[in-house]
Design a protein around this ligand. Structure first.
Ligand code: PHE
Length: 340
């Protein structure tokens, strides 16, 4: 009997496992209700009295060794678990895809950079405007028919508040607070109550230029625009086509001669070779008076170009909606354009 306890003890000492299930099976085998220890103790009664002491001691040793073994293996298991849950710093990381600039931002920045080289600074204004800055001060008093040229989003509760329909409102804000000479550029979002289609959107971007000083002439305007199109598109041939804006007089549409070299050129220019990129003109003396600049002393020019329209020409992307859907597959194409 004592010999068999000895053998069990050896078995216990030799046991090793890293498996929680195996360890539990081991516990049941030796210390469970019907386990080895209890079975041995059941035979205690029939042990001859002179062996009882030794038997009892051996049985106890078996119990203690089994318990020690279980504790030791479980502790090992826990420490393994702990280290497994710690970060493995040798593992390679999750690759981070580098982002890209939005094409509208790319074009805007390029235009700002071109004009900064000839002394144009930047000016900003609110997207939610009042009637004065968006219309009235720009020589568009209430009931002026030209207000219909720009379908406007008004705030229902207060028709004096609207979403600016053009960045010309920034000109007014700037001129109200500065005396000439100045040259500024105001890029920003504008809003028109128009249906969304491939060619039009209720929100788009403009960049407006403004130059006021003594003796500014229409020739200065043309020269400035010519410099701009040459730098941006590599095209120096422009045409200023007579037009009408309430805040400029005379006014003109800016056309660039794109050329007719490829089938796309034909398609884009409808076979004429010419493309319209914006509007311009000499600032109407009424506008200068509205902002307390003396029209007898100062004159100036202004121009406004559509950023989406220029992006379309640079990247040949004909559907304006693409710019605002934020489809990663579309945007990712501009990653390499950072040094446009
Ligand atoms: N504000 C005009 C528009 O949105 C563009 C423009 C700007 C025209 C400056 C002339 C001078 O259509």
């Amino acid at each position: 009997m004592i010999d068999s306890i000895e053998k069990y003890i050896q078995q216990i000492e030799a046991f090793a496992s890293k498996d929680a299930k195996e360890i539990e099976e081991f516990r049941i085998q030796f210390l469970g209700k019907k386990g080895v220890f209890n079975q041995i103790m059941e035979g205690f009664k029939s042990v001859p009295p002179e062996q009882k002491k030794e038997f009892g001691q051996k049985a106890n040793t078996l119990k203690n060794k089994a318990q020690e073994k279980i504790d030791q293996l479980k502790a090992q298991l826990d420490s393994n678990k702990e280290s497994a849950s710690q970060e493995d710093f040798t593992k390679s990381g999750i690759p981070l895809e580098s982002g890209s600039m939005h094409p509208i931002a790319l074009v805007r920045d390029k235009i700002i950079e071109i004009f900064s080289r000839i002394g144009f600074g930047l000016s900003d204004g609110p997207e939610i405007e009042d009637d004065w800055h968006n219309f009235t001060a720009l020589n568009l008093p209430e009931f002026h028919p030209a207000r219909d040229m720009q379908d406007t989003f008004f705030v229902e509760q207060n028709p004096d508040i609207l979403l600016r329909t053009h960045t010309s409102s920034v000109q007014i804000r700037y001129m109200e607070n500065h005396q000439p000479p100045f040259r500024i550029l105001s890029p920003g979002r504008v809003f028109r109550n128009e249906d969304i289609s491939a060619r039009s959107h209720c929100m788009f971007h403009q960049i407006e230029g403004l130059y006021v000083a003594e003796n500014v002439s229409f020739a200065d305007l043309k020269q400035t625009l010519q410099y701009f199109t040459t730098e941006l598109f590599g095209k120096s041939k422009i045409r200023l086509r007579p037009s009408y804006f309430p805040f400029t007089e005379p006014s003109a549409e800016i056309d660039v001669y794109w050329g007719l070299e490829t089938p796309t050129d034909y398609k884009m220019t409808k076979g004429t070779g010419w493309l319209e990129i914006g509007g311009c003109g000499m600032i109407d003396p009424n506008v200068l008076s509205n902002v307390n600049i003396d029209p007898d002393v100062y004159s100036g020019f202004a121009f406004g170009v559509g950023v989406e329209r220029i992006a379309l020409l640079l990247y040949q992307i004909g559907d304006i909606r693409m710019y605002f859907e934020n489809d990663q597959r579309f945007l990712a194409q501009f990653a390499k354009e950072l040094n446009l």
